[in-house]
Design a protein around this ligand. Structure first.
Ligand SMILES: C[S@@+](CC[C@H](N)C(=O)[O-])C[C@H]1O[C@@H](n2cnc3c(N)ncnc32)[C@H](O)[C@@H]1O
Length: 500
């Protein structure tokens, strides 16, 4: 069975991946000294985009962006969504990496879950594609199964292939895999040594995977995990270089136990890739999301806090919620500047979950020295107290007078529980009332109109029960619907579903 057949028979589900969004890629590029294109006006290319819904959401939420995606299997659902939503800034096509087509120049190039699952020729074509179309200050996202951690996954994969037999198709492999995992799980649980513990945690991951993910990610035709060092070398052969990991938390000071960073510094001798390779060995890391840039891009590996002046900031938790015992209250509240006003973290925590731009925060705090504020915010980020963003929020923290959900979420809510938030996160909303509200929040209805519209749907699109009996007349539940509306809107706002 060819790769295209396998993905056609068992389609890969379309999810939003926040780690591939230009917001995220721009953030890491800025921190490392690049001047990436603003996410709102970015040109984005995704190779191996599956059904294309990751891109459709990006395009819908950033009308000024230009988004292109292709996959070996036609991204039919994404094409349908773009047409039905009237999006003119997204183009999705069926194409093979091996065709080596010229796609133009892009600020951000994404290849999520492709590199380690395709033959060597396609892997090389992917790197050539990135090298050929990345803008001078552009960023590419390439994710893959990583060594050394994926060795264990390889062991279980190979055992499933043996168990299923050489002739087994993809579905049979999944069935055989599940059979083997069930056989192994109690045994691994009872084994009181390190092998049992490692096996048990890997089996737990495998047993939770939905069928298409288990089939393609772990049991597909190819599964070739790689060392970061080899990906970096491959990138170098194409005139590219390692920029950073896509996860900003990797830059936090608590990533390693105390003292380990210094030991890794000594071992790596100033080579960031080698440093990361030692860290992967320590962590037993099995998956990587690597950002690449052009080899001649003016990258600066030492992060200067002054770069934070271009970012937005949000507290990791609301004021009064302590993440560690004694954490917030025992800290110096002078803001690091000797003044008696609130520190930047406290100001952000009071406004949580609202994000502030640097200038707005600077003005609010009356902190005279922007460099001191930037340094303070960098330390707060490194300590895990503040989150950074390269773009302002697209969603509101509190529902407005006429709440408006995103067009994509309205389209998705009419089809099922898998939605995409304006934070570009996948949200699974099982509650039919929540999904109906998303569809009704189109910016034209105030609260009384929303209640009327929900009531009109009771017994039609919305099936409710009262004391075990189906509700046929919406008026019977008007009080409950009206009484619960604010709480439901609050939930939708908290999930990032309502537009700014
Ligand atoms: C594991 S899936 C990942 C899909 C998606 N990017 C994600 O992360 O959810 C790999 C995707 O790569 C696509 N693919 C495999 N070989 C390809 C090729 N030669 N050219 C283009 N796409 C390819 C598959 O069709 C599939 O959609």
């Amino acid at each position: 069975m060819s790769d295209a057949d396998a993905y056609t028979r068992l389609p890969y589900p379309g999810l939003a991946f926040p780690q591939t969004h230009p917001d995220r890629l721009a953030l890491l590029a800025i921190l490392h000294g690049l001047e990436p294109a603003p996410p709102e006006r970015a040109r984005v290319l995704e190779a191996g985009c599956a059904d294309g819904l990751n891109l459709v959401a990006m395009a819908a939420h950033s009308p000024g962006a230009e988004v292109v995606g292709f996959d070996l299997v036609e991204p039919a659902l994404g094409i349908q969504a773009a047409a039905e939503l009237g999006l003119t800034n997204v183009r999705l096509e069926q194409a093979d990496l091996l065709d080596m087509r010229e796609w133009g120049e892009f600020d951000y190039v994404i290849a999520h879950g492709v590199y380690a699952w395709v033959p060597d020729a396609a892997r090389d074509a992917l790197m050539a594609l990135v090298a050929g179309c990345l803008a001078p200050q552009g960023v590419a996202f390439v994710s893959y199964n990583a060594l050394p951690g994926a060795r264990l996954r390889t062991m279980l994969r190979e055992m499933v292939l043996l168990h299923a037999g050489e002739q087994a198709g993809l579905s049979e492999r999944v069935d055989s895999g599940r059979e083997l995992y069930e056989f192994l799980a109690p045994w691994a649980q009872d084994r009181p040594d390190a092998y049992g513990a490692v096996l048990a945690s890997e089996l737990e991951r495998l047993r939770r995977l939905p069928k298409p993910l288990l089939a393609h990610d772990d049991l597909g035709a190819r599964y070739d995990p790689v060392w970061l060092r080899d990906v970096a070398r491959h990138a170098e052969r194409h005139g590219l270089r390692y920029l950073a990991d896509a996860e900003p938390a990797e830059l936090r000071s608590d990533r390693q136990p105390p003292g380990v960073d210094e030991q890794l510094d000594a071992l790596a001798g100033g080579d960031r890739v080698v440093w990361e390779q030692y860290a992967d060995l320590l962590a037993g890391r099995a998956f990587r999301q690597t950002l690449l840039c052009r080899a001649d891009a003016p990258l600066d590996d030492v992060i200067a806090p002054a770069r934070l002046a271009r970012l937005w900031f949000r507290a990791s938790a609301a004021a009064g919620i302590e993440t560690e015992p004694g954490g917030e209250s025992e800290r110096d509240d002078s803001g690091g500047n000797g003044s008696s006003g609130p520190s930047a973290v406290e100001r952000l925590a009071l406004a949580h979950p609202r994000a502030f731009g640097f200038d707005e925060l600077h003005e609010t705090l009356g902190e005279p020295d922007p460099a001191a504020l930037a340094a303070q915010l960098w330390e707060a980020f490194r300590a895990g107290d503040v989150e950074l963003a390269a773009a302002p929020d697209r969603h509101v923290a509190v529902a407005g007078e006429r709440p408006e959900s995103s067009l994509v979420a309205r389209w998705q809510a009419a089809r099922g529980p898998e939605l995409t938030s304006l934070r570009h996160e996948p949200v699974r909303l099982e509650d039919p009332l929540g999904r109906l509200l998303i569809r009704l929040c189109d910016g034209t209805r105030d609260r009384p109109a929303l209640v009327d519209a929900v009531i009109a749907q009771v017994g039609e699109g919305l099936r409710l029960t009262l004391e075990g009996n189906p509700v046929t007349d919406g008026e019977m539940v008007r009080g409950q619907i009206a009484g619960g509306l604010e709480a439901n809107l609050e939930i939708l706002a908290g999930l990032g579903m309502l537009r700014a």
